[in-house]
Design a protein around this ligand. Structure first.
Ligand SMILES: C[S@@+](CC[C@H](N)C(=O)[O-])C[C@H]1O[C@@H](n2cnc3c(N)ncnc32)[C@H](O)[C@@H]1O
Length: 229
């Protein structure tokens, strides 16, 4: 099965996976871009591939409830995690099948799309479809923030060829962080990044490294895309 459901089910159910605090680049995105540069701190936010909901919780907390989060993920056990979260509204969060449509899941329009380290698990066609769905789910002026894996990412792991659907198998190793196989759609350049997120208009772009441990994960460079409807 060329999706990452099995690998992420293992991580969440058996390995205690999931951040307990928001990631540094997300805090900087909020503080520097949303608050300081764009003055956008309220509205509905879709957290795509939201995991345990830590970033949804962060956006709601930091804005004193100004941002109302909605979310989707693929791992069934996350339902219980969301139900036990005291900040987010679990009714706004849905388990979906990998690469499925989300256009009819929400009855509100979004002011923010937030996809931290999740969209690169989608096939070419599903990625395109999802970007179009995002666009249609958004109010005019909505902001999208997404990170995509650069092709330097996980270079120390064994990688398969790029398959016709755009995904590339990254084989885990028993002693590394990735144990099962993950399937990743790599981004090769900033030009591709901007093209992939059309019809959103690019505002800011760049990259970050999670933590560059040469002899553990190798590079985990991710591109960052911030755009607007
Ligand atoms: C690296 S984790 C990031 C989780 C969360 N966004 C965060 O920032 O903490 C990737 C997440 O994407 C989810 N995911 C993987 N494939 C997906 C897909 N096809 N559709 C939606 N979510 C997916 C995983 O279950 C996992 O929760």
């Amino acid at each position: 099965m060329d999706n990452s459901l099995e690998a992420y089910t293992q991580k969440y159910d058996k390995e205690g996976y999931g951040l307990q605090y928001p990631d540094g680049h997300v805090i900087r995105f909020y503080e520097r871009i949303l608050k300081f540069e764009l003055h956008k701190t309220s509205g509905n936010l879709l957290d795509f591939g939201c995991g345990n909901g830590i970033h949804s919780q962060y956006f709601k907390d930091i804005t004193g409830g100004g941002i109302e989060p909605y979310g989707v993920d693929i791992v069934p056990s996350l339902r219980e995690v969301w139900d036990n979260n005291k900040t987010i509204n679990p009714k706004n969060f849905h388990i979906i099948k990998p690469n499925s449509s989300i256009k009819d899941l929400f009855c509100v329009k979004m002011d923010f799309i937030f996809a931290n380290q999740s969209l690169y698990y989608l096939t070419n066609s599903s990625f395109k479809e999802t970007i179009n769905e995002f666009y249609n789910m958004c109010n005019d002026g909505a902001i999208i923030f997404a990170t995509m894996m650069s092709d330097k990412g996980y270079s120390q792991y064994q990688r398969g060829e790029i398959m016709p659907n755009g995904l590339c198998e990254v084989k885990g190793c028993p002693t590394g962080r990735i144990k099962g196989s993950s399937y990743i759609r790599y981004t090769h350049s900033i030009e591709q990044l901007k093209e992939d997120f059309r019809p959103f208009k690019p505002l800011f772009w760049g990259d970050y490294e999670l933590m560059n441990l040469y002899n553990y994960e190798g590079s985990v460079e991710h591109y960052i895309y911030i755009g607007q409807k």
